[in-house]
Write a protein that binds this ligand. Structure first.
Ligand code: ARG
Length: 458
């Protein structure tokens, strides 16, 4: 009564809507390469251990390669009634090569097959994403090197805090992205384990050799327990978690770029090719790319929640629920990939407005801490120095003068310990140069950090 692959025990055909509703081929067909690669490895192993004869193996391999080419050319007809990528390809194989095609699924289930496909797919995505991360890190390092001496205000509470170098600020972003890359390296180890051989849930009665298949597929090891292998999606959750962190970082970076590109800050110019205009306001140049990346972070956070929730109620082992893992996972990977690509392209093209940054640092009493440190070096306790400088700043606010613009006599009204040499520490260069230790903002520290950063990514 049914033409489906599992129709043997059924008395009526699947309801048409149910067939649609339960199908995944619309979105899992993107794993066709991995599915075919996995099947070729499985057939090769079966022949090696004598479960499949060599003639059938060769028919299967040639057939699968031909199907891969068909799909790549866009000629393959995907059929929803065949449910998923696995059964579409297997069915086509049998159409092409006959009974040998029906032997491919020996000692295998779609449960270990799909888990294997996802891991192979994700492994490739991780490698591609790492490529974009590296491009972005390189862009940040190069720009930091060029801007090692550029002075800008550093902020806390988005209020001017202390002068920093723009290169130092960029290297802060580098550190974020570097940790993101390390997380991918770490989780890839757990992605790259092979479920195949676990069959539906309990393993298989055929004398398979899982190590042969794993070697052919480039897995670093085997999933050790068949029940776990077909039901574990931790690796997908870890990937979404690492992706959520990447997007969170890019979103914060975006927020800064949006602020900096505004007329009010005017710290950087984003090249026109990363911006769009307004249909009504002729003057507008909108920072669409960072805005959109900031917005897209939300969907990746959502995918992480979706996968955690998907798994939390499932008893062992495989449940059809798991079919819902793919769309969040794929969209997370696509979104991270696209966002990183945009950033990797954009960062080297950022044009800093050095004079504007410098002027912003000069205003806002950014060197007040330096004056306090100066007084401490003259013997004041830090808390007393803090008080003295606070009063000087109060005077500056009411008189409209920055600390460096006050005369020595004016400054001495607040402390007799202030001498002529105070002006050395009140300059912006003096301030940043003084923070001269590993992790500090001094230009020569930025240059040293640039050298280390290059080593760390190579
Ligand atoms: N399309 C299914 C999935 O994505 C493949 C595995 C289905 N297995 C099963 N026994 N129904 O999870």
């Amino acid at each position: 009564p049914s033409s489906s692959m599992w129709g043997g025990r059924f008395a009526e055909a699947t309801d048409q809507f149910v067939a649609q509703f339960t199908a995944s081929v619309q979105f899992d067909q993107r794993m066709y390469r991995q599915d075919i690669r996995g099947s070729i490895a499985h057939a090769t192993m079966l022949a090696e251990v004598g479960v499949l004869n060599v003639a059938d193996r060769d028919l299967i391999i040639d057939g699968l390669n031909a199907i891969e080419a068909e799909i790549a050319r866009g000629e393959f007809v995907w059929r929803v009634e065949l449910e998923d990528v696995h059964m579409n390809i297997e069915s086509r194989l049998t159409d092409r090569i006959g009974i040998a095609g029906k032997r491919l699924h020996t000692g295998r289930s779609r449960n270990d097959q799909v888990a294997t496909d996802i891991r192979l797919y994700l492994r490739d995505e991780i490698d591609a994403i790492r490529g974009e991360l590296k491009r972005l890190m390189t862009g940040l390092i190069d720009l930091a090197e060029r801007e090692a001496e550029t002075i800008m205000p550093g902020f806390t509470h988005l209020q001017t805090a202390q002068p920093v170098t723009f290169g130092h600020h960029l290297l802060a972003w580098f550190e974020n992205i570097k940790r993101d890359d390390e997380r991918l390296v770490d989780l890839r180890v757990r992605v790259n384990r092979m479920p195949l051989g676990s069959a539906a849930l309990a393993g298989t009665t055929y004398p398979i050799d899982r190590r042969i298949t794993a070697k052919l597929l480039g897995f670093d090891g085997l999933c050790e327990n068949s029940l776990d292998a077909v039901s574990d999606r931790d690796f997908a959750i870890e990937f979404c978690s690492a992706s959520a962190l990447i997007m969170m970082h890019l979103s914060r970076f975006s927020e800064e770029l949006v602020l900096w590109a505004s007329a009010q800050f005017n710290f950087v110019d984003l090249p026109d090719r990363f911006c769009t205009g307004s249909s009504i306001m002729p003057q507008k140049k909108n920072p669409d790319v960072p805005e959109l990346v900031r917005g897209k972070s939300g969907r990746v956070f959502g995918h992480l929640m979706a996968l955690l929730t998907l798994m939390k109620g499932q008893p062992l082992a495989y449940n059809k629920d798991n079919q819902e893992d793919k769309e969040p996972l794929f969209d997370a990977a696509d979104t991270v990939m696209g966002s990183l690509r945009a950033f990797a392209d954009m960062v080297p093209a950022l044009v800093p407005r050095r004079e504007v940054m410098r002027e912003a640092a000069r205003r806002g009493f950014a060197t007040a801490t330096d004056l306090a440190d100066y007084l401490v070096k003259r013997g004041l306790a830090f808390r007393d120095a803090h008080e003295v400088v606070g009063k000087a700043v109060g005077y500056g606010v009411s008189s409209g003068k920055d600390l460096a613009e006050m005369s020595l006599a004016e400054l001495q009204n607040f402390s007799a310990d202030i001498g002529e040499d105070v002006f050395d520490v009140l300059t912006l260069e003096g301030s940043v140069n003084a923070r001269d230790h590993i992790g500090g903002t001094a230009p020569n520290q930025v240059r040293a950090a640039v050298v280390r950063a290059r080593q760390r990514i190579n």
